[in-house]
Design a protein around this ligand. Structure first.
Ligand SMILES: Nc1ncnc2c1ncn2[C@@H]1O[C@H](COP(=O)(O)OP(=O)(O)OP(=O)(O)O)[C@@H](O)[C@H]1O
Length: 364
């Protein structure tokens, strides 16, 4: 059993969403001097506001700029232009001593855990408290609280080599929370874990967010991670944010090609090979048009195909689809084939129901 979270630490947690975001990036650019003298633009004109208590997922392909962005938030990198404001402080402008202090309110967890192999679980968790100058008794109390918070009270004297990946990440989370941060940054924290362990770590993070009101910013290359924990998402490509918003909106109405490709295996968007392989750009005589219908909210479970047959006498073939729930709201995708001659009336009919439609192509 994990300990309840509410009384961990000594700081009361602000539950109301503050008007001022806890993290704000204003027109951030980051240009690195490459080895060969060529400048590498890692980030360009990034604007981002993260409300207190929220969970933001940042997704992007390899090299998109995710790590650079997160390293700017905790002051490990300085922006070439723009400002990074965390809890009211301009991180890039702080002198080293003040930056070290400000970093106590920013915890971070990593893909490969970054634990010290020569220290036990308890000693790893104690490290930031030792650096911050806590006395031994306070450290012991706090480490015990954190060990039970992450469900590892019985593993306190184990070395990292004696722990599973999930247990190591729990130690990483406890260490990141040691100094009562306001923001937790997660850099691909579940990428090295199997699906079941990933689930348990994401559940722990969701619980920490809900019960402590801790703001979480996580970077990932997996939409499944975003979907299971984040409320907001930003998609980054070539150093720019190409799409951002509420997870439900972005998942059900992706605007950018990169977002669509990340979502290809999600929410029934992937076409089965027997359809994908036959799909062409031009209508075929006597063939069918292939339409993707997106269902959101109250219309998600309407018997729309039955009405299409009844009202328009159009018989649709169901080619693929699923009904699902994102952020607690129903949604779904249905891919249907209709006779080419009925395409225009079918699209009009579906739009009347407020459904999103997209003509994917044509089959013979
Ligand atoms: N210290 C550095 N010096 C030079 N170029 C860098 C440096 N750090 C990052 N870059 C470059 O900046 C760009 C963004 O890198 P970044 O590590 O932020 O991407 P990422 O999205 O985190 O990728 P991945 O998912 O592979 O970790 C890349 O082109 C990278 O080569």
């Amino acid at each position: 059993m994990n300990a309840p979270l509410g009384h961990i630490g000594d700081q009361p947690h602000q539950r109301l969403v503050a008007a001022e975001p806890i993290v704000r990036l204003d027109k951030i650019s980051k240009i690195f001097a490459g080895r060969d003298g060529q400048a590498v633009t890692a980030l360009q004109k990034i604007d981002l506001a993260v409300p207190q208590g929220s969970v933001l997922g940042i997704i992007g392909r390899s090299g998109a700029g995710k790590s650079t962005l997160i390293r700017l938030v905790n002051g490990l990198e300085k922006p070439t232009n723009g400002r990074v404001i965390v809890d009211g402080a301009d991180i890039a402008a702080l002198p080293e001593a003040e930056l070290r202090h400000a970093r106590r309110s920013i915890g971070m967890i990593f893909q490969h855990f970054n634990l010290l192999s020569s220290r036990t679980a308890a000693e790893n968790i104690a490290l930031p408290l030792e650096v911050a100058g806590y006395d031994k008794a306070a450290i012991r109390t706090r480490v015990n609280e954190l060990l039970s918070l992450v469900g590892l009270a019985d593993k306190r004297n184990r070395y990292p080599s004696e722990l599973s990946g999930g247990q190591k990440q729990r130690v990483g989370i406890a260490r990141a929370l040691a100094t009562n941060p306001k923001v937790l940054l997660s850099d691909e924290a579940t990428s090295a874990l199997d699906p079941e362990t990933t689930r348990s770590i994401l559940d722990l993070l969701a619980r920490i967010n809900a019960e402590l009101g801790l703001t979480i910013i996580l970077i990932t290359h997996e939409m499944a991670v975003i979907r299971s924990i984040a409320r907001d998402v930003a998609v980054i490509e070539g150093g720019r944010i190409v799409e951002q918003g509420d997870v439900f909106d972005v998942f059900t109405r992706p605007q950018h090609e990169v977002t669509r490709s990340f979502l290809a295996d999600e929410t029934g968007r992937a076409l089965p090979p027997y359809v994908a392989n036959r799909l062409g750009p031009e209508p075929e005589r006597g063939g069918q048009a292939v339409i993707r219908i997106g269902f959101r909210g109250p219309h998600a479970t309407d018997p729309v195909l039955a009405r299409l047959a009844r009202d328009l006498n159009v018989e649709a073939n169901i080619l693929a689809g699923s009904v699902d729930e994102i952020a607690g709201r129903p949604c779904g995708t249905l891919v249907i084939g209709v006779p080419e001659a009925s395409l225009a009336t079918t699209l009009d009919f579906l739009k009347q129901y407020g459904l999103d439609t997209e003509v994917l192509g044509h089959v013979a």
